[in-house]
Design a protein around this ligand. Structure first.
Ligand code: BG6
Ligand code: MG
Length: 216
């Protein structure tokens, strides 16, 4: 039986995946990499520096910048992202997710955050939902980012639960791979997440009953 839920943040709890996309698009324009839907999709769930590398590589620019210049590019992207994020309010929680968090809390489920974003604590604060989570996996403590299972294994450990009692919610292929690799139940939100154990088209469909129904 499920006893805990590990949440991705960007694209699951709030529509911040759109903000990451906007800020990376700006960066891609700056370095001269063509921005495509495929590139945008492949960046979801991927850490800041790995995302930068993917953008540089997509344009054949991976050897054009020193490490120091790359750090400056990543920090410029983050400044732009933070300007977008500063506009967030509780009204920006994705449809149905506040109800789902309330349902889990009322029923005594464990909840932690498993986001690759170093800005996650800030985003939770803007959304005013920090208190729902008993912990946040610190992405700086990880050796490998998504799709590696490390972050979702760390989430189970934070909740002191075995993997098979934990479900993870994700909007990105890299995240679903991470959950599956950790041996947890994967809940995919959005199209094209064919490896997810449970699938929803959007956040408004997510509830305990709907999850249990798909798990059978
Ligand atoms: C993930 C996002 O949650 O966090 C990625 O899906 C983002 O788009 C990654 O690159 C890292 O975020 P940050 O805020 O630490 O740059
Ligand atoms: Mg996400």
């Amino acid at each position: 039986d499920l006893k805990g839920f590990a949440f991705d943040l960007d694209g699951v709890i709030a529509d911040t995946a759109r903000f990451h996309g906007q800020a990376w698009h700006q960066l891609a324009d700056k370095v001269g990499t063509k921005w495509t839907p495929e590139l945008a999709d492949g960046l979801k769930g991927v850490s800041r520096m790995d995302s930068l590398e993917k953008i540089l590589k997509a344009g054949g620019h991976e050897n054009d910048y020193t490490d120091e210049q790359k750090l400056a590019l990543a920090s410029e992207k983050n400044d732009n992202y933070l300007k977008l994020v500063a506009t967030l309010t509780p009204a920006d929680i994705l449809p149905g997710m506040k109800d789902f968090l309330d349902e889990l809390k009322a029923k005594g489920y464990h909840m932690v955050l498993a986001s690759a974003s170093k800005n996650a604590p800030k985003v939770l604060k803007y959304l005013q939902i920090t208190d729902y989570f008993e912990g946040i996996v610190n992405p700086a403590s990880l050796k490998h980012g998504k799709p590696d299972p490390e972050i979702y294994s760390a989430a189970a450990k934070l909740m002191k639960l075995p993997a098979n009692q934990v479900a993870g919610l994700e909007d990105a292929q890299a995240g679903i791979q991470s959950i599956n690799g950790a041996g947890e139940v994967s809940i995919g939100i959005g199209a094209d997440l064919k490896d997810a154990d449970v699938k929803f088209n959007d956040t408004s469909e997510v509830s305990l009953a709907a999850i249990k129904e798909q798990l059978g």
